[in-house]
Design a protein. Structure first.
Length: 95
């Protein structure tokens, strides 16, 4: 279970959700690459949990972007990407 959930405080345009998601995905991937290269095996699980949290927040941001979109194609693309991220989070946090 991810301990944080993203909440939207004001109206947004769809690409604000997309851009935030991309920034969070970038940060998660950077954390994972540093973890794999430089971290002791005992710390990897902790860092993978932190990366999973960032990816979960990215999925939230994409869903907010989808809810702000009036175009079905964009909304479908954002929802699809959010589902992919949530699947990745589930795989990272399983077992």
């Amino acid at each position: 279970m991810i301990p944080f959930k993203l909440n939207r405080e004001r109206s947004i345009v769809p690409n604000e959700g997309e851009q935030l998601a991309e920034d969070l995905i970038f940060a998660a991937n950077a954390l994972l690459s540093r973890t794999d290269e430089f971290t002791a095996p005992g710390s990897r699980k902790y860092n993978h949990g932190r990366a999973a949290m960032l990816l979960s927040l990215a999925a939230d941001a994409l869903e907010f972007g989808a809810s702000a979109s009036i175009g079905h194609n964009r909304a479908d693309r954002y929802h699809s990407r959010a589902r992919e991220l949530r699947s990745r989070v589930t795989a990272m946090t399983a077992g």
